[in-house]
Design a protein around this ligand. Structure first.
Ligand SMILES: [Zn+2]
Length: 189
């Protein structure tokens, strides 16, 4: 945890470190497949010159000093980025990568926050919460292992194929999405 360029975030950095250490084993377990070499260390740096929120590059996570000075309650952003670092996505489509990161963040780390619902003109392909909704939906239809395990195994082995959804459920991702948004019993209806 490097707050050397942001002394005003030293205390926040200590809290982020604690949250990440507490959650690391759980996320690691979620992301582990037989095609996976686990990481053991993540470096976090607060950058005064970065204008976004946060990003992960391999096992390094960079947080924006400007953003976190005003958002010292946003630990979820680090759960999101930590998921990317642990995931080592390799061959995964972007929507799957961002879906996993929002899934660990919104469904596990901060389940009390309102999960953004898809707009009518969106699909799972916009990633983030939409993709996470689809994964949660598919998960409810699979009984052997979580869908994340099956998808990750392909990603981490560099074997991604869109047909994985048919293989797992008998339906394509598009079909599952349409079924989900029209399912009257689904939580947002
Ligand atoms: Zn992300």
């Amino acid at each position: 945890m490097d707050t050397s360029k942001a002394p005003e975030l030293a205390e926040f950095g200590r809290k982020v470190k604690k949250v990440m250490e507490d959650w690391f084993p759980f996320v690691q377990t979620l992301m582990t497949t037989s095609a996976y070499s686990p990481i053991t260390k993540i470096d976090v740096f607060f950058d005064p010159d970065y204008d976004g929120v946060a990003y992960a590059a391999g096992t390094k996570i960079v947080g924006a000093v400007k953003y976190f000075k005003d958002h010292q309650d946003d630990f979820g952003a680090f759960i999101h980025e930590m998921t990317h670092s642990i995931h080592q996505a390799r061959g995964c489509p972007g929507w799957v990568v961002e879906g996993f990161a929002e899934w660990t963040r919104r469904w596990f780390y901060e389940p009390w926050t309102e999960k953004r619902k898809p707009r009518a003109d969106e699909t799972y392909k916009s990633g983030y919460t939409n993709a996470a909704w689809l994964m949660v939906y598919i998960n409810s239809k699979i009984t052997d292992k979580p869908v994340m395990y099956h998808l990750n195994k392909l990603c981490q082995a560099g074997n991604w194929r869109d047909s994985i959804f048919e293989e797992l459920t008998g339906k394509s991702a598009d079909q599952l999405w349409n079924e989900m948004v029209n399912d009257q019993g689904y939580p947002w209806k």
